[in-house]
Write a protein of this length. Structure first.
Length: 291
């Protein structure tokens, strides 16, 4: 590549344009044009004015020299001659009628649309608002919420085993042994009950765990729950809405395992709430200490 550049550089340095020869050619062309000043021959189009041809020829020769010299110089310097581009002014956009499909939505296919809501309508970040809300909540005293029905004690204000039409008794089944026991609740009502909730609380004296429960009334009439809470095993029977407990004597019982040996039931309790003819009754009792 270096040899080619050197040869081109030497050729460019030795090149001497033959100016006299080129001017002679231009003069001969001018003489021919002068001879053609007469009327044009029939069937031949008139030639352009001689001076226009002379100017064009001279410009062409000058352009050849300039272009040739520039190309040689570019090759010698190791660069390609830059491409020339001719820019043309862009044609102005002609007004056109908008397409019906682009200007108006199709009434049959397009449904109502709503603009997208801004992320922060007020121009402020929502975090600040949330922080203010948290600060205000932190300064407010905590609200006291009512405990869920399952956590609320049944008949907390009852003080007797008998209340009006409702009587009750609690006892440990004689079949209980050193590993298992049954707490039996007996209720007597002088009226049909439209609402009744019975609760048995067995103190956790060691190893106490549920093994079952039963009632003398229909099983489908009651909702039954068994849970451990606050050191107690709690049984609860709730009469379903629309069901009725007939007047008479009824039994509820909870069964459980316990640690080996005699168990003391002195900390066990029971309670019941009832409604008959719109009149409420509540009872509460415990169990005799046993060994």
């Amino acid at each position: 590549m270096d040899d080619v550049r050197k040869q081109l550089r030497d050729a460019a340095a030795e090149h001497r344009p033959d100016r006299e020869r080129m001017l002679a050619r231009v003069e001969r062309g001018m003489e021919r044009d002068a001879a053609d000043l007469g009327a044009p021959a029939r069937g031949r189009l008139p030639r352009s004015a001689p001076w226009l041809r002379i100017v064009g020829a001279t410009a062409a020769v000058a352009g050849v020299f300039a272009l040739g010299g520039y190309a040689v110089a570019s090759v010698v310097e190791g660069e390609e001659p830059p491409s020339r581009t001719v820019g043309t002014p862009a044609a102005p956009d002609s007004p056109s009628e908008p397409s019906p499909s682009a200007s108006a939505p199709d009434d049959e296919n397009a449904g109502p649309s709503s603009p997208a809501a801004p992320e922060h309508p007020s121009g402020k970040a929502t975090k600040g608002t949330q922080d203010r809300g948290k600060d205000q909540d932190a300064n407010r005293p905590p609200k006291k919420s009512d405990p869920p029905p399952s956590a609320r004690r049944v008949a907390p204000d009852a003080k007797s085993v008998e209340d009006g039409y409702l009587w009750s008794d609690g006892s440990i089944d004689p079949q209980s042994n050193d590993f298992w026991a049954q707490s039996t609740l007996t209720f007597k009502t002088g009226k049909p009950l439209t609402a009744l909730t019975v609760e048995l609380r067995v103190a956790q004296t060691g190893g106490v765990s549920d093994t079952g429960n039963w009632r003398s009334l229909p099983t489908d009439d009651f909702t039954v729950s068994v849970r451990e809470e606050g050191g107690e095993l709690i049984y609860r029977w709730t009469l379903k809405a629309g069901r009725t407990v007939p007047a008479g004597e009824h039994v509820f019982a909870g069964q459980y395992n316990h640690a080996e040996g005699g168990r003391d039931a002195g900390e066990d309790t029971y309670a019941a709430e009832a409604t008959a003819s719109g009149q409420k009754a509540a009872v509460r009792g415990d169990f005799a200490r046993t060994s």
